[in-house]
Design a protein. Structure first.
Length: 306
């Protein structure tokens, strides 16, 4: 064990899973040269090659496959040891309270929660329906532990709340594959003039609703919203039935049903999803949740960019 660092094993595990240096470096939040250097140091310490590199192709050696299997057990045991230590210290039941807009259908949240629940089987998750503006007050009042959403207001000026971007995504239009606009690779706002459109109700996120309305009017038209909904799944069902085309963030429609497709809306600013939490937060469970959430969001972002 002399000379082996835990971070090297973590970098190794990420690379062993991704088998791609750039993707692994992005997930580990380090540069690609730094990742290569740490892997080389680990191989030197172990005394054997762990990966084969043939041009852009990366594969585990037989020795690397063994280490990958064994390090997974190490990290699982380490997480268990930490959980048992916290329980022995008399920590209360494991509970986390999250503020978010369920409409946004954030695809990185379910795998993050599944990972956390695998570590803490008794974990209880409370969800509060709110966008980022009321999230700030809820964090300060300790109604929620973490907020997730697009920042549509200013953070408190006293530095009591911190924010970290976890994902960016363009606006897109969801439509049937036989829709007249489906033949285009990307859309401009004025392509939507006169179209029957489906959008979320203003109450969901007033600032984004008003921003889209203003952008459409600047493009020379008032959008024809034939249906406004509080549930994205209802909107997608409406699109399937041919009621209209639906506007939203790309992550909302990351896996459109059969018969539907999306097209990017190029003249709208990309949406940035952020995590919000209290400065000085000391609860390790909350930090662990934020870490796995950022990792799953980063993994999804890389997949979108591939």
């Amino acid at each position: 064990m002399r000379g082996i660092e835990l971070r090297q094993l973590r970098y190794f595990s990420i690379l062993a899973q991704e088998l791609h240096f750039r993707k692994a470096a992005d997930l580990a939040f380090i540069t690609q040269p730094a990742l290569s250097q740490q892997i080389s140091k680990l191989e030197e310490t172990v005394g054997t090659a762990l990966f084969t590199r043939d041009g852009r192709k990366v594969a585990l050696t037989p020795a690397g496959a063994v280490l990958h299997c064994e390090t997974a057990k190490i990290f699982e045991q380490l997480q268990r040891a930490l959980r048992l230590t916290r329980e022995a210290a008399g920590e209360r039941e494991f509970r986390i309270s999250i503020g978010l807009v369920e409409y946004t259908n954030l695809p990185f949240l379910p795998p993050a929660l599944m990972r956390l629940q695998a570590l803490y089987p008794a974990l209880k998750v409370q969800r509060h329906e709110m966008h980022s503006v009321p999230q700030m007050e809820a964090l300060e009042r300790k109604v929620i532990d973490v907020g997730i959403g697009v920042q549509v207001g200013l953070l408190p000026g006293d530095g009591s709340i911190r924010a970290q971007p976890v994902m960016t995504a363009p606006w897109v239009v969801l439509m049937r594959t036989d829709h007249r606009l489906a033949s285009l690779d990307e859309l401009c706002l004025d392509d939507l003039a006169g179209e029957r459109l489906i959008f979320f109700e203003r109450a969901v996120i007033p600032q984004l609703y008003d921003g889209l309305l203003a952008a459409c009017r600047k493009a020379g038209f008032t959008p024809n919203f034939v249906y406004e909904t509080q549930q994205s799944q209802v909107g997608m069902a409406m699109v399937s039935e041919g009621v209209g085309a639906m506007l939203g963030a790309a992550y909302i429609f990351h896996a459109p049903p059969a018969g539907l497709t999306t097209r990017p809306l190029r003249d709208m600013e990309r949406l940035v999803v952020q995590l919000f939490w209290r400065s000085g937060e000391a609860d390790p469970l909350i930090h662990e949740f934020m870490e796995v959430t950022q990792e799953e969001a980063r993994r999804l972002q890389i997949r979108f960019q591939a």
